[in-house]
Design a protein around this ligand. Sequence first.
Ligand code: SF4
Ligand code: SF4
Length: 88
Amino acid sequence: MGEIMVRVYAPIARPTIGSVGKTGIWRSVKPVVNYDKCINCYLCWMYCPEGCIDIIDDMVRIDYDYCKGCGICSNVCPVKAIEMVREE
Ligand code: SF4
Ligand code: SF4
């Protein structure tokens, strides 16, 4: 009997355009960083399940093309520097 290959497509941290597209359009609330409060601990960067937080010039930057608004970054931030704001 021949071998059957089954391919499973699952969401990945940074889907490319053309696979599942820019997943940020699923978001109803978005995280907004208050850089006056941020202490650059990078916990949000470590815990973001989408891998959509980058560190640029030592500061965290959220890639809203892929952020799904789960709020984990806001929850893990020790100084409450990330506010979840409803999308317009
Ligand atoms: S809301 Fe979720 S997906 Fe968006 S940056 Fe925060 S942890 Fe990542
Ligand atoms: S978790 Fe909070 S304090 Fe730490 S880098 Fe992210 S926004 Fe800044």
